[in-house]
Design a protein around this ligand. Structure first.
Ligand code: SER
Length: 319
């Protein structure tokens, strides 16, 4: 991993992953790919090159790969689950036609490709508790449909053409730097903002709904470590279950109240998000990731909560 293109570099994952690789991988050039309207700012703009990189424009992507002699592409462009339900054709275009463009360029130019999958790749007929690595995947959301197809197409390009495709199934990701947007798991980020601001939180997901979640530093570590994994140990490629914590809303709120006892919550369940959440696993079994590339998370709910509150107070200038 020397010359890296991060597509979607201004999004929730991309904004932190781009900086992590620039900081931690000596000699790397990391191009921050963005689409007009989501331009990089601040340190993202100042610490390395940036280029317009629209996944639907294959020529544009190929030109960037040539210009910087890109060897690794992080393909993070996607509409999250609830937004994708509103714009299914756009979700298909970005997630599928975009992926095909990237895989073709990778095949021609010898790049490795990471395209995340998700808990969203599972559906109502998937075993919900300790969801195995290899199991039934019949998602009911368009987001999930594109994620299963992403896994299959990425494996196809590996087996047929030898393209070095690797991936993880991310749980809901919790972070303080860049907000997600339009996801089913976003509530677990938004509640922290309400808590530190002293505002009532209106929760769109019902009490008792379990989903896998993960703190961003662990997710970023997974995204880098999987690309450095010894290929001879990988039985799977697209895509690995990874897990660190699973909770329902009340458990998270109680954990936040240990730090901010005044947190107030009201439920206003959004039927679209709730139906999606109900179809997803309660908790995934990540033993294949642990044994094939030594995956191990560092944060649990308590340590994440302390860190989130500390950084959000700093960011929002609230003491
Ligand atoms: N966090 C995503 C969503 O909620 C799932 O991968 O859509």
């Amino acid at each position: 991993m020397k010359n890296v293109l991060v597509i979607g570099s201004t999004g929730q994952i991309g904004s932190e992953l781009t900086m992590k690789i620039r900081r931690e991988i000596p000699g790397s050039t990391v191009v921050a790919g963005f689409v007009p309207g989501a331009e990089p700012k601040g340190e993202l703009l100042e610490t390395g090159p940036s280029e317009i990189a629209n996944v639907c424009d294959a020529k544009q992507l190929a030109a960037i790969v040539d210009k910087y002699q890109i060897d690794t592409i992080y393909n993070l462009a996607a509409l999250l689950s609830a937004t994708a339900e509103k714009k299914p054709l756009l979700a298909w275009d970005i997630q599928m036609n975009g992926l095909l463009n990237i895989l073709e360029i990778a095949r021609e130019k010898g790049c490795a490709v990471f395209t995340p999958s998700s808990i969203g790749s599972f559906g109502p007929s998937t075993p919900h508790v300790n969801t195995p690595q290899d199991t039934i995947q019949r998602p009911t959301s368009i987001y999930g449909v594109t994620k299963v197809a992403t896994e299959l197409l990425s494996d196809y390009y590996f087996h047929k053409y030898g393209v070095d495709t690797r991936s993880v199934r991310f749980p809901g990701l919790i972070s303080y730097k860049t907000l997600p947007g339009g996801g089913t798991t976003d509530y677990a980020v938004e509640v922290y903002y309400s808590a530190v601001k002293g505002e009532e939180f209106v929760c769109p997901i019902g009490a008792g709904t379990y989903m896998d979640m993960m703190y961003m530093p662990d997710a970023l570590k997974a995204a880098v470590d999987i690309m450095y994994a010894d290929p001879s140990r990988l039985v799977h490629r697209n895509s690995f279950n990874i897990a660190s914590m699973s909770f329902e809303p009340e458990t998270l709120f109680e954990c936040i109240r240990k730090e901010i006892p005044s947190l107030k919550v009201r439920y206003e369940v959004d039927p679209v998000r709730q139906a999606i959440a109900d179809s997803w696993p309660d908790c995934m079994d990540d033993s294949c990731a642990r044994s094939e590339w030594d995956w191990k998370p560092s944060f649990d709910m308590e340590s994440m909560t302390k860190d989130m509150i500390l950084h959000l107070r700093e960011k929002l200038d609230l003491k």
